[in-house]
Design a protein around this ligand. Sequence first.
Ligand code: FAD
Ligand code: UDP
Length: 383
Amino acid sequence: MPLDAANLNARFCVVGAGFSGAIMARGLAEAGMPVLVIDERDHAAGNCHTERDAATGVMVHRYGPHIFHTGNRRVWDYVNSHGRMRPYVNRVKATTGGAVYSLPINLHTINQFFGRTMGPAEARAFIAAQARADITDPQSFEEQALSMVGEKLYRAFFHGYTRKQWGCEPAELPASILKRLPLRFNYDDNYFAHPYQGMPQDGYSAIVASILDHPGIELRLACSFEDLEEGFRHIFYTGPIDRYFRHEQGHLPYRSLRFERFEAQGDFQGTAVMNYCDEAVPHTRIAEHRHFAPWEAEGLERTVCFREYSQACGRNDTPYYPVRLLAERRTLSRYVERAGSEAGVSFLGRLATYRYIDMDVAILEALEAADATVAALREGRAP
Ligand code: FAD
Ligand code: UDP
């Protein structure tokens, strides 16, 4: 265990250079505490990493499309203090049954799907008549969908996509997964409802690089936690919690993603994200990354796209989505208990807490954890 709690002159260590780790490191460094940040990848920024595609020059989100959105002013100001955010609204399209619709389900989707010309009130009553009124307290994804939009829209937009995405029946998944998506009875097709939304002009990696750019921070890439030998005053760990404990309570399952890259001339699909809801189509969506940076797209001759396939996460795959079914929740609570009594280590971020959290949540939690740590250190308490 690379821990040297007795030596108060020793450095702090942050494992993982994603948003969570970078923000914690910055908070410590600004308070005068030197920090070593390590990441086993050859780049910082974690799953938000962006890079220029060598062949096309397009700014690519290597681990899948990332759109920034938040309702929190502190988070918005923080990212803006480390890079320029450009206006960007996520407008998702979905192909199902041979037609293209707008997501999240809104008045346009409803009218187009049912071949109607309803106004908001009429559409609301129409969908209420389709929805399963007998499901008053939906527990599963399927119950949530049926009680929200009824059988027809559920089958067209959610059933096949969700089976592909999660590799199980929607009836086995928690309702919370679908509760991320709104249902609108107007023509608002903004995928998110948050007041602050945007895309970093120079990519997310430039923002994380700016956060890590402090004389008190040393960044060591291609270095895994398991290979560290030196001692530290305290460790902030943002890797997978089951991996930290050498999977002693079992593996926490994840869904992984496989990206199939292809190039085309000009504009391939005319939009950033096209979902494929039919189960017969093996991929869940195609992302065309030039549309995430419309201010750069003019004049680009070639375009680069990624077909996204969801799959079970093998030992050598990247963990993306935690699969929090009932059995996993029990395993997780055993790890959480272990983590609570682990001296000299704090667990932070998406993988260490085994939650699917958006960037703004990861950023806010890291800012608050850094505040609490610095306050504790100033009062002479261990973090
Ligand atoms: P990560 O970014 O995962 O960083 C953890 C880092 O720790 C990684 O770099 C990893 O290499 C390193 N690490 C792990 N274990 C070790 C070890 N043992 N030794 C050394 N290094 C280690 N959020 C949004 O707000 N908007 C979106 O549109 C959005 N889209 C997403 C799309 C996909 C496909 C996915 C999977 C997530 C998406 N998210 C989105 C969520 C976003 O990716 C996370 O909120 C964010 O990455 C969390 O940051 P983090 O630092 O906690 O974790
Ligand atoms: N979903 C779906 N069809 C779609 C888009 C989403 O069935 O066209 C389901 C799917 O199960 C997904 C969930 O709704 O996991 C939440 O959607 P979101 O866009 O938030 O997915 P994520 O950002 O997790 O990829």
